[in-house]
Design a protein around this ligand. Structure first.
Ligand SMILES: Nc1ncnc2c1ncn2[C@@H]1O[C@H](COP(=O)(O)OP(=O)(O)OP(=O)(O)O)[C@@H](O)[C@H]1O
Length: 494
């Protein structure tokens, strides 16, 4: 056995987040770790990658008991972790990032740049990329950055690769490319620990599956024959009967009208309407302009042309502050950009955008703030020790729920949701869909931008497909299929 974890236990502030967990990894296998937000997946990864040490339990590598007190020791042992947000240095070149701290030396003194570039190029070529090794990492897309992180792992001759939701920000084509790389690593005997909330990937690329729930090991099984419904039942601890509530078909008054909206190099000629009772979806491949449009609607970027009308009144926002004042809310897949205040408590993160209203008489009505925040916590089932806990200590998915809850607390009228379920587990997703439906029934406007086609199809009344900054297709719920969306998004439809 390549890696074996016995009875790993870890607590924070007296709360046990991993409770006597067992896990093993063979050479050349992909072993998925699944579980709800806060189940303990990332904590387990931290223990294997030397970010934290367990309170109890043993780690064996090739049958030998090891301690992994630091990430440096993990690297020395051949353990590499590819995080969602890659830990690369943006202002350094690809080659410098790959060999950071292990630069080939000339006469043992100077960095041997030409050798470094040559080696970097060789590894990138192996991975099917032809970037120039002197390109700065900040000029690469997320998937390209991820490839550099993988190249870095390969250059260290890693034997265990940990991938934490590697496909969360990737397009379908980029995912396929990643899966091909994974097949190659497998054939070379690398063991891969694969964390995902996307169950389809389990059948596609994983050999075995381990499920954690509330910090405890629930089951380890061969992926083959382990169907999605069974997996969900183990993850959630109960059967999920309705994943998507019935899609609202009847729509009411017009809420929003966008006419000829354009922003140079990002999107152009954007026309659409949004009605009460409607969930309007936006689909498109990466860089199709959906995220930029969301930012423009929220006043984050200024447009060059066109108009936005909200309830028949023209609105022009110069900042998100003005959009928030109009009761617009944006949930972004990139929490840091969307204004998550990492060092602040969960409760303040929830109430920060609604403060103006809660704070009518120029003082913060703390009780009201607390009770609004608590409502959101309960409604979204946010897992944490208490609302005064700093948000940075919550699991990724629970942080995302807080970012959604912020707009509930602010009593927003329009929700612009850009990849709202990114990092959110299967049970929480279905609960969030119910909340979205309830909000729409209350007359709130709902725009959902998602790369998850089954989410758009299951949730939306109407789907607008974007390609190269333009809306190229409009599909009503009853006609929406993955094939039609994908062919429009790839520009294959006139
Ligand atoms: N440094 C820390 N201090 C306090 N609590 C922590 C810390 N790190 C993790 N936790 C808690 O441990 C629990 C498990 O978190 P973990 O990040 O491992 O979950 P996860 O399964 O990876 O979730 P997700 O799918 O949302 O990423 C959570 O309740 C989290 O709040």
């Amino acid at each position: 056995m390549l890696l074996q974890l016995n009875n790993l236990t870890k607590s924070y502030f007296g709360v046990t987040v991993l409770d006597h967990v067992n896990f093993d990894l063979k050479q050349g296998e992909v072993h998925a770790i699944l579980g709800q937000n806060g189940a303990g997946k990332s904590t387990l990864v931290k223990l294997i990658s030397g970010v934290e040490e367990p309170d109890n339990g043993e780690i064996y590598l090739d049958g030998n008991l090891v301690r992994i007190p630091s990430t440096l020791e993990a690297q020395r042992l051949g353990i590499s972790t590819i995080y969602q947000e890659t830990a690369l240095v943006p202002n350094m070149t690809i080659a410098e990032n790959i060999f950071l701290g292990r630069e080939p030396k000339l006469f043992g003194l100077f960095t041997h740049y030409s050798k470094m570039k040559r080696e970097a190029k060789k590894i990138l070529k192996q991975l099917g990329y032809s970037f120039h090794p002197t390109t700065l990492v900040r000029d690469l897309s997320i998937s390209e950055q991820q490839t550099v992180a993988i190249a870095k792992a390969i250059s260290r001759q890693c034997r265990i690769m940990i991938m934490d939701e590697p496909t969360a920000s990737l397009t379908e084509q980029e995912c396929d490319r990643l899966f091909r790389m994974i097949e190659t690593f497998k054939s070379e005997g690398v063991g891969i620990i694969y964390i995902t909330h996307r169950l389809k990937e389990v059948q596609g690329i994983c050999d075995r599956v381990t499920i954690l729930r509330d910090g405890q090991h629930v089951i380890t099984r061969e992926a083959k024959g382990f169907n999605e419904k069974e997996i969900i039942t183990y993850i959630v601890g109960k059967e999920l009967s309705h994943y998507f509530p019935p899609v609202p078909i009847e729509v009411g008054e017009e809420l929003m009208r966008v006419v000829g909206l354009g922003k140079r190099n990002q999107f152009t000629d954007i026309d659409f309407t949004l009605h009460e009772g409607e969930i309007l979806g936006f689909a498109g491949l990466a860089d199709s302009g959906g995220s930029e449009l969301a930012n423009a609607l929220f006043g984050r970027v200024r447009t060059d042309e066109g108009s936005i009308y909200w309830r028949n009144e023209k609105v022009e926002f110069r900042s998100p502050r003005q959009a928030i004042h109009h009761r617009f809310g944006l949930v972004d897949r990139d929490r840091a950009k969307a204004g998550m205040f990492s060092d602040m408590p969960v409760s303040r993160n929830l109430t920060i955008s609604g403060l103006r209203r809660l704070n009518k008489w120029q003082f913060i009505n703390e009780q009201k703030e607390q009770s609004k925040a608590l409502d959101a916590v309960l409604q979204l089932d946010i897992k944490m020790i208490d609302p005064e806990q700093e948000i940075k200590f919550l699991s990724g998915g629970n942080q995302q729920k807080v970012m959604f809850g912020r707009w509930l607390v602010a009593d927003s009228d329009l929700y612009i949701l850009n990849e709202p379920t990114c990092g959110i587990d299967i049970g929480a997703k279905s609960e969030l869909y119910v909340v979205i439906h309830e909000l729409v029934q209350e007359g709130k406007g709902m725009i959902v931008i998602s790369s998850d086609l089954s989410e758009l199809i299951g949730l939306c009344t109407r789907i607008l497909v974007m390609h190269e900054g333009r809306i190229v297709d409009q599909i009503l719920h009853e006609f929406a299929t993955e094939e039609r969306i994908l062919s429009a998004a790839s520009g294959l439809q006139s």
